[in-house]
Design a protein around this ligand. Structure first.
Ligand SMILES: Cc1ncc(C[n+]2csc(CCOP(=O)(O)OP(=O)(O)O)c2C)c(N)n1
Ligand SMILES: [Mg+2]
Length: 537
């Protein structure tokens, strides 16, 4: 067996049944072998998408996503999506390799420095004998360090004899630690004496599957529940659900958060969006619970910190409260918040700006939430449109939403949605993108066509870099510099082999009820918006 065969062998042994990538000298032999032996190789148009797909696939499945690219430019094309995976703490293994041992090779590049610049881990297969061991270790590091690892398998090794290799040893998740009860003492004092506490879930709570533990704690405390954007819809449908906490809160949630005297945050970084630049936490106590103490106080100092898994800590706090027969001091507060939530009407929160040939993005989102099938996964690009979409289009649970915005890059949403659609082929995946982000990696739509994925691409098309439109206006500069001159998206989508419609009237969205019923291939919805309508104003 040659090294390239041993490489495919090990990947299949690690249960890698799908791998994302683009071929070149450094990887083509093991990619071909992997395919011949039954592995699904998702060939992408641009290497950035390979990592974004592996990342999103991993977020959807909870497994390690694997991407493979060739040396030099193949790898340098992944920088943005690799940084996204790093910032989102995704479990991604990126395989690449050194150019031949020839200093004048024009594609040479320092892979270790590249990985370091991205914040990813780095390993190299130095000798042919250690390939199996090194792949085992790379998988283990991805899981243990919860960050991408770049593994360098030099191209010069590929045709060498593999000899005896270490057997596959699957990566193991360590179990979350239970905090010692005295770790909780100071925080318990704050929790037990709070009059109007709120339980806040972040992405760490999603990873911990802490839904029930947090709701049980909230019930003990008579506390409303809220989430960061990354835990969106974790408590969907619950009578105490405030929805997103922060700059995207609706009026009832904003009022409740302002009134509260304690936020107990589970696996939430408390970033500028969740805390509205800290304003929402001013004059109240904050208990920050995180499995990684390195995140304590990263954005803002909290009153108390508890290191531990979200579900485990929530259970421990609740049991400690039960042990002292804790009863909420102000149960009436929750009741009044719940009543306000019953009375809340999302359409009454804003003045509709639907015009003759454009729709109001907020009204469009409310309608989409209604007409799209309830079993759906949503993957978001970033841009101004997200302010309208995230609070209004819901998903059945927090594991069905993700945003490729951890590094703040536009353009990764479409590939992310393709990765999620491959992970969940039996239900609808929705890509939500702006016109700018859509155009950045439009070519990747061909991958979704080839795979016939049930993918609905909602393009919120204000014909502008809308985020910049708003900002230029606020600087007193001419916002027209942010306007785009794209061709019509419908004919482009159809030329590629996708379905399409354009939407200038709200009622036209109702067509999607039928269109999404049994979707067999991507469908692009070009939703025409007026760039002048600034929903943040
Ligand atoms: C890779 C990258 N380039 C540029 C930016 C700057 N940027 C942030 S939001 C944005 C506008 C995106 O436009 P669009 O996708 O149409 O969404 P909109 O803001 O119009 O809703 C831009 C250009 C970025 N964040 N990432
Ligand atoms: Mg735009």
């Amino acid at each position: 067996m040659k090294i390239f065969e041993a490489c495919a062998d090990s990947l299949l042994g690690h249960g890698v049944d799908v791998m994302f990538g683009l071929m070149g000298d450094a990887n083509m032999l093991y990619v071909a072998n992997y395919r011949e032996r039954g592995g699904q190789f998702v060939a992408v148009v641009h290497e950035s998408s390979a990592v974004a797909m592996a990342d999103s696939w991993s977020r959807s499945t909870g497994r390690v996503g694997v991407a493979t690219v060739t040396h030099g430019p193949g790898l340098s094309n992944t920088m943005t999506s690799l940084m996204e995976a790093v910032r989102s703490r995704s479990q991604v293994l990126l395989l690449t390799g050194d150019t031949p041992a020839e200093p004048t090779h024009f594609q040479r590049m320092d892979i270790s420095s590249f990985a370091q610049a991205a914040g990813a881990g780095y390993d190299k297969v130095h000798r042919r004998e250690t390939l199996g061991r090194d792949l085992n270790r790379a998988f283990q590091r991805v899981v243990a360090e919860r960050r991408p690892v770049v593994l360098n398998i030099p191209v010069d090794l590929m045709l060498e004899d593999a000899g005896d290799q270490a057997p596959v040893s699957p990566a193991v998740h360590s179990s979350p630690s239970v905090p010692a009860i005295n770790d909780l003492d100071a925080a318990l004092g704050l929790v037990a004496s709070a009059k109007r506490p709120i339980v806040l879930a972040g992405y760490g709570a999603v990873l911990s599957r802490a839904d029930e533990a947090l709701l049980a704690l909230a019930e003990t405390l008579a506390a409303p529940v809220a989430t960061s954007v990354l835990a969106k819809d974790m408590f969907r449908g619950h009578p105490s659900n405030l929805g997103i906490c922060g700059s995207l809160s609706h009026s009832v949630a904003a009022a409740a958060i302002a009134e509260s005297d304690l936020i107990i945050a589970f696996g939430a970084s408390l970033n500028v969006y969740t805390t509205f630049h800290g304003e929402l936490l001013a004059d109240k106590h904050v208990v920050q619970v995180d499995i990684d103490p390195g995140r304590f106080g990263w954005y803002l100092p909290a009153s108390e910190y508890i290191a531990g898994d979200a579900a485990v800590v929530a259970d421990s706090i609740r049991e400690a409260l039960d042990a002292i027969d804790h009863t909420p001091s102000h149960p009436g507060w929750l009741q009044s918040v719940q009543q306000h939530l019953v009375d809340y009407r999302p359409e009454a929160e804003y003045k509709d700006h639907t015009a003759v040939d454009t729709v109001d993005v907020r009204t469009a989102c409310l309608r989409l939430d209604d007409v799209l099938p309830s079993d759906r996964t949503m993957v978001s690009d970033i841009g101004r449109f997200t302010n309208a979409v995230w609070p209004r289009i819901e998903v059945p649970d927090a594991r069905r939403f993700t945003t490729m915005g951890g590094f703040g890059a536009i353009g990764l949403g479409l590939a992310g949605a393709i990765g999620a659609a491959i992970a969940r082929p039996d239900e609808l995946t929705i890509a939500v993108v702006g016109d700018g982000g859509f155009m950045m990696h439009l070519a990747e739509l061909t991958t979704a066509v080839r795979l016939q994925l049930p993918l609905l691409v909602l393009v919120f098309n204000d014909n502008a870099y809308g985020a910049e439109h708003t900002k230029l206006q606020r600087y007193g500069a001419d916002p027209d510099h942010s306007l785009n001159m794209w061709p019509e998206f419908g004919p482009i989508a159809e030329a590629i082999g996708a379905g399409s419609m354009s939407v200038r009237k709200i009622e036209e969205l109702d067509e999607l009820r039928h269109i999404t019923h049994d979707l067999r291939g991507p469908y692009v919805v070009d939703i025409k918006l007026d760039p002048e309508v600034d929903i943040l104003a």
